[in-house]
Design a protein around this ligand. Structure first.
Ligand SMILES: NC(=O)c1ccc[n+]([C@@H]2O[C@H](COP(=O)([O-])OP(=O)(O)OC[C@H]3O[C@@H](n4cnc5c(N)ncnc54)[C@H](O)[C@@H]3O)[C@@H](O)[C@H]2O)c1
Length: 327
């Protein structure tokens, strides 16, 4: 979904594929066209994976962190808040792209003001400072909670239409989900203000398979929980994304095929519960109209915009059987 509107052609090819970050130095990945990337929230679950991914591709990383955990793959760390303009401007030094992940990622992690105002103030500071510094591309973490179902104080809300896509309205009523709605509006405004291209990634539940030391392994446990209680995954549609795929998506989205501010869903192509998606929807969203068939465990989300915008795909998938949903 284009949330800013822009007639300008994409700048995906405008980066020079050369310079300090342009060639791998004893690394495992293909060269990436960035001299240095600022990663906010670099000490968090997704931030660690993004930092690891960039380092594997030979791209220097500046991490903006609230405190130094001492084991990050970033070669420069700035300790400070993403909501503090001076810290952000310091952290932007030498960067030519930004991945903004710093946030309180659930409504219960602070007061309503700390969650909503803290998250949105950080997004404004980071994107406004990046735009003012002439940076051309940023990616920010939005969430499927943009939609507002998981943390809603209104219980029992169900989707009217599935799969979710760019037309699905938000029903946000909690400080966290609302912060993601406003973050996406900030992205659109900063594109209009500075011309910075911003991709807002609507992440689902992100978790690792535990295969990489230093990255998390919470995906199998969550899948086991939902296998035992599939209704617990209904409000976020049983969607997941493996941590390394989330990191790869964030980096790929720094080179979008179209200019503007965009918000797109990213997720594994299948759910992480062992039941047919159509059966889950019939049981837990009984009023939903299916706008297209969802065979097998197909994730009830439109992933095409992310594929078109930056070639999104998932590589790290949970292997699960499909068995009947218990009555
Ligand atoms: N992990 C998920 O399942 C998931 C799903 C959807 C969206 N997201 C979003 O992705 C982003 C990263 O999530 P995560 O799971 O890695 O969270 P996390 O809590 O593991 O990491 C967030 C990091 O940001 C830091 N932080 C918080 N406020 C900050 C500030 N003002 N300045 C600097 N640092 C700050 C925290 O200290 C933490 O290290 C968040 O924006 C979150 O809302 C995550």
């Amino acid at each position: 979904m284009d949330i800013a509107g822009s007639a300008r052609p994409g700048r995906a090819t405008a980066h020079a594929v050369s310079g300090p970050g342009g060639s791998p130095r004893g690394t495992t990945g293909a060269p990436l066209p960035f001299k240095r990337v600022l990663v906010t929230g670099a000490a968090g679950l997704i931030g660690r994976a993004v930092t690891w991914h960039l380092a594997n591709h030979g791209v220097p990383v500046t991490g903006l962190v609230l405190s130094d955990p001492g084991d990050l793959a970033a070669d420069r760390l700035v300790v400070g808040s993403a909501g503090d303009r001076a810290s952000v401007e310091d952290a932007l030094d030498g960067a030519d792209a930004v991945i903004h992940l710093a946030a309180l990622p659930a409504p219960h992690l602070g007061t309503p003001e700390e969650v909503f105002c803290g998250n949105t103030s950080a997004t404004f500071s980071v994107l406004d400072a990046a735009g003012a510094a002439g940076i051309g591309n940023a990616v920010i973490a939005s969430s499927v909670n943009y939609l507002g179902y998981l943390f809603s104080p209104v219980r029992g809300q169900t989707f009217a239409s599935l799969p979710v896509d760019a037309t699905t309205p938000s029903v946000a009523a909690d400080p966290y989900s609302l912060s993601k709605v406003v973050d996406e509006q900030i992205a659109a405004a900063m594109h209009r203000r500075h011309g910075i291209d911003v991709v807002c990634l609507r992440f689902p539940f992100v978790g690792g398979l535990g295969e990489v030391p230093g990255l998390d392994g919470r995906l199998p446990a969550r899948a086991a929980q939902l296998g035992a209680d599939p209704g617990a995954g209904a409000s976020d549609l049983w969607l997941y994304l493996e941590t390394r795929d989330a990191a790869a998506a964030a980096v790929a989205a720094l080179s979008p095929s179209a200019a503007g501010a965009h918000a797109v869903y990213v997720a594994a192509p299948e759910t992480f519960v062992p039941h047919a998606t159509a059966d889950l929807i019939a049981a837990f969203h009984p009023g939903a109209t299916l706008t297209r068939p969802l065979p097998g465990r197909t994730a009830p989300v439109d992933l095409e915009p992310a594929r078109r915008l930056f070639g999104f795909h998932s590589r790290h998938l949970l292997e699960l059987p499909t068995r009947p949903l218990p009555a």
